[in-house]
Design a protein around this ligand. Structure first.
Ligand SMILES: [Ca+2]
Ligand SMILES: [Ca+2]
Ligand SMILES: [Ca+2]
Length: 661
């Protein structure tokens, strides 16, 4: 009641203000007529609103009030009132460096940004609302929508070791809607002959092939970012003198927008819903470290400390990530790594500015809550202060307890990567609370052993470092991603080696991830050659690798192997949840088991170019004398426990995955 009374008063004041404005205009007009030309200078310009971030929020959220960042012009000294039931404007409480008008509302010094909190009544009916903004110069409305929360069943599920993640780049997977290949608001950026231009892949193309992913055995989908990218060529980042496009999505110009080359928010939600119907979870790729060089904030930041520096004056990224885990490093030594601009181009956000922190936290929750995502893949994790991740994770878990996060720590040293996995406080007293990271340290021995033919022992000895991680079982294992040459491009790579590498990540601990194209042994050097279009994803493609009939014998062999091992992993619980037990490690041999309370699976890998005899003590596997295990991949001879031993011969470059029938 009290608030309604206040709102009534505000309306009354506003109406008075408007009548006053009308009189000013009349006087000024008269003034002009009699030659008072200087009076025109005093005319306050009318306020305008161009954008409201976030544009919507749901009832019953842990975030209430919601902080709005309203972008427009001439907002200084404004009053604001919500119009429509269930929404109230409240004065933000946190400290802020901007101008504070007599109304208590804070704007940027130039009047282009207004920070506003709105409280959403838990009982509010979904639908559009507006916020009336009044200044001496006039009145305008900012649009905001109250939405109903998405039903939780089948959404916000997180991923687990039960999952197998398929990574794809939306622009390079499949073009399901040629009408968005060359959109009217961003023309001239589509050219399939240019590796750094848009190629036309989109959400519809992914929707069309969800059943392909399901058939492959994938249970989770990670798409590289779908934020809106700049609508013209990127002239700042050039290769061989040529401008590029930001088709990859890691240079957002609007964290609340969807890239129109891929589709719109409605189509994205259709994709997520369709994936959920098939039992696939969806992982959103997010970037909190930086924006694209053309983000409007770069020329007009909402606060003076929005970025680390300006386009003209800023630290350059020095990649000294060791300073971040060094207990002896003072903050000054870490600054260039935490605050630096990647490539000297990508504007580095300042998460120590409370408004930036609030913006980024709400942005993450908004995407999850509006689109129904299940998990987040977070880009460039080390380059953002750990205190931010701690707070950000707390907000995610508070709203969506099962949603989890995998962070990118692009480093081969487990002493580095493990530092960033949450679960325990580190020397700085902070627990990042980030659920997990990618297993880059295991990637390199996998590449060396299975592609180059170097000792497989390196992979086993890398796993010995698992003690460094709070939760090694949730590490995301992989044989390649969109940022490195393809597995098949390594010197010495072969189909047999690829299949062994896939067998290994599907049977060791962790959550296996596959980068689109590796299932058909796609070749490709570094970026951008590692981002070729998936064959068959475009109308008129000469071969359709989505269908068995369109695959070459090598493509079919690799894909069928992956399909078999992925489905076997789904069938045999120990491969997903079992304790990893090392049985024997040789230079080119590795024998291990995955053991649950009820079952064991034994995995033997021979990476040598000759046949090898395995003789193992069966004790650690708890198998009774006379037990027979058969190779569920179907090529090796059965194993029998005799005299407490398992003895078998494996042909060159082969593996067996043995379980009781
Ligand atoms: Ca398209
Ligand atoms: Ca765009
Ligand atoms: Ca940074």
């Amino acid at each position: 009641m009290k608030e309604a009374w206040k709102e009534g008063l505000r309306v009354d004041r506003m109406e008075k203000g408007r009548r006053w404005d009308d009189r000013v205009i009349l006087l000024l007009t008269l003034g002009c007529l009699v030659g008072w030309r200087t009076a025109l200078v005093a005319t306050p310009a009318a306020p305008t609103v161009e954008k409201v971030d976030p544009p919507s929020w749901w009832t019953g959220s842990t975030i209430n009030p919601v902080r709005l960042l309203i972008q427009g012009h001439n907002l200084t000294g404004c009053r604001a009132e919500a119009r429509g039931a269930g929404l109230r404007v409240v004065i933000p409480q946190t400290a802020h460096t901007g101008h504070e008008g007599q109304t208590g509302l804070r704007t940027s010094a130039n009047g282009d940004y207004l920070f506003l909190d709105v409280t959403i009544d838990p009982q509010a009916a979904p639908g559009p609302r507006s916020i009336r903004i009044t200044t001496p110069g006039g009145v305008t409305d900012a649009q905001f929508t109250i939405v109903a929360p998405l039903p939780r069943i089948g959404r916000f599920q997180g991923f687990s070791p039960d999952d197998f993640i398929y990574e794809l780049m939306p622009d390079r997977f499949s073009d399901g809607d040629p009408s968005n290949d060359d959109p009217s608001q961003s023309p001239g950026m589509f050219d399939r002959s240019k590796p750094r231009y848009y190629h036309g892949g989109d959400f519809q193309g992914i929707i069309n092939h969800l059943s392909y992913l399901k058939d492959l055995g994938a249970t989770a989908l990670w798409m590289t970012p779908i934020y809106a990218n700049v609508n013209h060529l990127n002239e700042r980042e050039r290769y061989d003198g040529q401008a590029i496009t930001d088709y990859h999505g890691y240079g957002a110009v609007d964290f609340y927008g969807v890239e129109e080359h891929f589709g719109d928010l409605t189509k994205l939600r259709e994709l997520v819903d369709d994936a959920h119907r098939l039992g696939l979870t969806v992982i959103q790729d997010e970037v909190a470290n930086h924006t694209g060089p053309y983000h409007p904030w770069v020329q007009d930041p909402p606060t003076p400390t929005w970025y680390h520096g300006t386009e003209a004056v800023h630290p350059e990224e020095t990649w000294q990530t060791w300073t971040l885990i060094d207990p002896h490093a003072p903050p000054e030594l870490r600054r260039a790594t935490l605050d630096g601009w990647f490539l000297n181009i990508l504007p580095d956000l300042n998460q120590d500015d409370p408004e930036v922190e609030r913006y980024l936290i709400q942005n993450t929750l908004w995407w999850i809550g509006i689109a129904g995502f299940d998990a987040v893949r977070e880009d460039t994790l080390p380059y953002v202060p750990r205190r931010f991740w701690h707070d950000w994770m707390g907000a995610i878990k508070g709203e969506f307890p099962r949603v989890n996060v995998v962070g990118e720590v692009y480093d081969g040293d487990p002493a580095m990567t493990s530092f960033f996995q949450g679960g325990r406080p580190r020397f700085d007293g902070l627990d990042s609370r980030v659920d997990t990271v990618f297993d880059f340290p295991l990637l390199y021995p996998i590449r060396r052993a299975f592609a180059e033919g170097k000792p497989l022992r390196e992979a086993a000895t890398m796993l010995a470092h698992d003690y460094l991680y709070p939760n090694p079982g949730l590490l995301v294992t992989f044989i390649g991603n969109h940022d490195m040459p393809r597995f098949m491009n390594e010197p010495g790579a072969s189909l047999a080696g690829l299949e062994l590498a896939l067998t290994f990540i599907m049977t060791t601990r962790g959550v296996p991830m596959l980068y689109s194209g590796d299932e058909i042994a796609m070749p490709g050097a570094g970026d951008p050659d590692n981002r070729r279009d998936f064959p068959g994803g475009w109308p008129g493609d000469p071969h359709d690798a989505f269908e068995a009939a369109g695959r070459t014998p090598d493509q079919e062999s690799a894909l069928e192997h992956l399909r078999q091992i992925a489905h076997l992993r789904g069938e045999l619980e120990p491969l997903r949840r079992g304790k990893l037990v090392d049985l024997a490690v040789g230079d080119q041999t590795y024998a291990y088991a995955r053991i649950t309370s009820g079952a064991s699976v034994v995995i033997l890998i021979n990476n040598a170019t000759t046949d090898v005899v395995f003789e193992l003590d069966s004790g650690p596997v708890h198998l009774a004398e006379g037990t027979t295990l058969t190779d569920r991949l179907g090529s090796a001879a059965p194993l029998e426990v005799r005299g407490g031993k398992i003895r078998t011969t494996l042909p060159a470059r082969s593996a067996g995955v043995y379980a009781k029938n």
